[in-house]
Design a protein around this ligand. Sequence first.
Ligand code: LLP
Length: 463
Amino acid sequence: MSRSAHPAGPRHADVLPEGHYSAPPADLNTLDAKVWAQTVTRNADGVLTVGGVDVVSLAEQHGTPAYILDEADFRGRARAWRTAFGKDADVFYAGKAFLSRAVVRWLHEEGLNLDVCSGGELATALSAGMPADRIAFHGNNKSTEEIRRAVESGVGRIVLDSFQEIVRVAHIAQSLGRRQRVQIRVTVGVEAHTHEFIATAHEDQKFGIPLAGGQAAEAVRRALQLDGLELIGIHSHIGSQIFDMSGFEVAAHRVVGLLKVIRDEHGVELPEIDLGGGLGIAYTSDDDPREPHEIAKALTEIVTRECEAARLRTPRISVEPGRAIVGPTAFTLYEVGTVKPLDGLRTYVSVDGGMSDNIRTALYDAEYSVALVSRASDAEPMLARVVGKHCESGDIVVKDAFLPSDLAPGDLVAVPATGAYCRSMASNYNHVLRPPVVVVREGESRVVVRRETEEDLLRLDVG
Ligand code: LLP
């Protein structure tokens, strides 16, 4: 890898072009602990290390791009959620954020449950030894085959998402001689955003059964009549990357309102309530996420207060964090291929991955930060845009970031907070191979999901 200085890009111009950035940080070598995995630091040579392994040797051993995941951090966050909610509540890790057999084993060992939303996720969970009764099965259009496998394997709960599914699951369970524990997912009429919730268009989406107009109450009525089902509770998931607890407050209020209607109409107090996932993480230094113990306290207080007011026994609470557990624990390690200064605009830094390993920037306009990690640099900051190698101008990994102006091909850069919804949403666009997931821990690294190969691609191409 070349470490030679590069003809400098535009020093950041006096007037910076439009973008989502503040002034360049005082020192580009400083790593903000908020966005990096817990064991990340720079060694005496200025090279970033994680789990006691430096990124130059990680790149040499495993190649780039690669997702580098800090096992101690993952376990620590999983444990913090588990501890925060205590024995009277359940934490279901949302596997859609990132799932592999190693992750399933860690969750099992740390006492968490698992939320899966497809046959593939269920197969991964079962193959890694997650007890079926600790699995919740989600999805708005589970196939008959998926439902059958879920019931047969004995999953702890299926979350019902439509009137058709209530009947479908009941029939399948009955035909297998089972009584399946289920929850009904309702839409409570709040759409959560990062710092606000907007009560518009909320029922206009594909998930759940609306509370509005008595539809959810009708769903409960039907589920209670079916022998194949044991209705254990109500489920609500209000959105993702949420910092403001007020959306949960409204959701809890409305779900408890439904529990009260059910008690009054059927004389049944449902024992569980699931408030979903969606808790935000820091992608950049501007984000201020809450700690699991604050979230647990807030949610428990809200539900307890609402139940007391409705004179209901407080149900067992469950939550489904995905991003908040895995998101901060990984970063993506890339090698810089080209550095292209555009006068008066910014410098385009092309890396060896892109929208196939992180679609979130293109899809959601997501913001990320980035750092030069294979060395320290005292060069002046330059305004950069980190882009991938795909044939698409929207192939942007980090839209606006400051990097040292001596950045050169061969340098390694890393984008933090890519543990959630990056590998799990990765694609083969342009037949680019999906990167491996490399786990680091106590000075050692190991591959838990290997890099895709051209043989993998050709194996699927049977024409
Ligand atoms: N529970 C349910 C029912 C969900 O639908 C989701 C996420 C979660 C839990 C976990 O949410 P989390 O705690 O990870 O925010 N691809 C998007 C996120 C989609 C989330 C879908 N459901 C992204 O990259 O931001």
